[in-house]
Ligand binder design. Structure first.
Ligand SMILES: Nc1ncnc2c1ncn2[C@@H]1O[C@H](COP(=O)(O)OP(=O)(O)O)[C@@H](O)[C@H]1O
Ligand SMILES: [Mg+2]
Length: 278
């Protein structure tokens, strides 16, 4: 069984460790959720796996092959793509050109196949190919960013904040795509502010806080024991924050495990004032 294993990863930023000894296994064909409050170290972990930051120490093993410390292009070529936080597109380039720039390292055939696959997953983009990225809605921008990661037809994909800043109706359009990509055999690590969305898609789940893992287990177990998510957030000393995560998220998922993400009321963690993005 193929898997991407992040083993004992520590990442330093600004001279201090912001990810400490984190071990997460991402199996092929499944969604693994990574939850946690702002500043937990989730994005730093993703950047370390993608080769943008260097894990010291730490291993990123793709079916046993060490990728840690390799250049981002090598990691991507090996089959691991990251969707970084923030949706940075080239604003004056068209949708199609933004997708094409992500294919530069691919053969002509792989680029054509990857582009076709991305447009199959996001038919909406097919109707917007000539539109400059700056004129896209937030949801369309996220589709392009996801398409940029998918064009290389990765075996593993790490998505940092799928739904940040998007309306629930848009998030609901992205969920089936994530499901379909996983069902096609891709292993997905999903960082997601809406616990409902993440836990309805995921098999495995992890909660990170203060650079360390506070919970590692199944998504089902986390749905049944929301206190574990609760206590991780409470460790930060904010009951408000914890209730924002739970109210309308884990609680909803508890009530309807089958596709709860589509129907549940979505309430972002970041709606809590002191958790607004920097
Ligand atoms: N460029 C940077 N330089 C130094 N510290 C940073 C930088 N970016 C983020 N950090 C710090 O790293 C920690 C983890 O941040 P981050 O990985 O963005 O967490 P998350 O994605 O869970 O919100 C935070 O304390 C944050 O302030
Ligand atoms: Mg982040």
């Amino acid at each position: 069984m193929s898997q991407l294993e992040l083993r004992d990863i520590t990442v330093e930023r600004g001279g201090r460790p912001v990810v400490k000894d984190v071990t997460i296994t991402v199996p092929a064909g499944e969604v693994t959720a990574l939850l946690g409050p702002n500043g937990a170290g989730k994005s730093s972990l993703v950047l370390a796996v993608g080769g943008v930051l260097r894990p010291r120490p730490g291993s990123v093993l793709l079916d046993g092959t060490e990728l840690a410390g390799q250049r981002p292009e090598r990691i991507r070529a090996a089959g691991v793509a990251i969707v970084p936080e923030g949706r940075r597109l080239l604003p004056d380039l068209s949708v199609d050109d933004n997708i094409r720039v992500a294919t530069y390292a691919l053969s002509k055939k792989d680029a054509a196949d990857g582009r076709a696959r991305a447009l199959e997953l996001f038919p909406r983009l097919g109707q917007r190919l000539t539109v400059p990225a700056r004129l896209l809605s937030g949801g369309e921008q996220q589709m392009v960013v996801l398409a940029q990661a998918l064009v290389s037809q990765p075996r593993y994909i790490l998505i940092d904040e799928l739904s940040l800043g998007l309306a629930p109706v848009i998030v609901n359009q992205l969920i089936p795509v994530i499901r379909e990509v996983a069902a096609s055999g891709v292993g997905i690590l999903l960082i997601e502010q809406f616990a409902t969305v993440a836990l309805s898609l995921a098999t495995g789940a992890h909660v990170m806080e203060g650079g360390v893992l506070r919970y590692s287990g199944t998504a089902a177990e986390l749905k049944e024991h929301p206190d574990r998510l609760h206590s991780a957030y409470l460790l930060r000393g904010s009951a408000v924050e914890a209730s924002a995560v739970l109210d309308g998220s884990v609680a909803e998922a508890l009530g309807d495990a089958s596709g709860a993400g589509e129907k549940a009321e979505l309430r972002p963690v970041r709606a809590v004032p002191h958790m607004m993005p920097r």
